[in-house]
Design a protein around this ligand. Structure first.
Ligand code: ZN
Length: 100
């Protein structure tokens, strides 16, 4: 599962273009890598600790992915989790902008 970097909508792993806004997607593996790298860099800058917001974003993404892996109900359909996931995507985008 990946989130469109442009609109934050959930997509299936193999999707190449966002079906909501048409933006090209980096793919699940790359998203995971970028997310992890961004968090690690942020943690380093922050003296080895994630900020509370970054940690929450990370936990949300892990929870969503864990839930999916366990075949549980799609909690992203829940408005609160969808908002968290969108926030996580926005945080990541902001982080990536800072790094460049
Ligand atoms: Zn999109």
């Amino acid at each position: 599962m990946v989130y469109c970097p442009a609109c934050g909508q959930e997509q299936t792993d193999e999707t190449k273009f966002c079906r909501f806004c048409g933006d090209s997607l980096p793919g699940a593996g790359m998203m995971k890598l970028l997310r992890q790298e961004a968090l690690e860099l942020a943690a380093k800058r922050n003296g080895g600790h994630l900020t509370e917001a970054q940690a929450q974003s990370s936990q949300t993404m892990q929870a969503v992915e864990q839930n999916r892996a366990n075949g549980g109900p799609n909690i992203v359909q829940n408005g609160v989790h969808a908002q968290s996931a969108k926030q996580a995507t926005d945080d990541l985008k902001a982080l990536m902008r800072e790094l460049h």
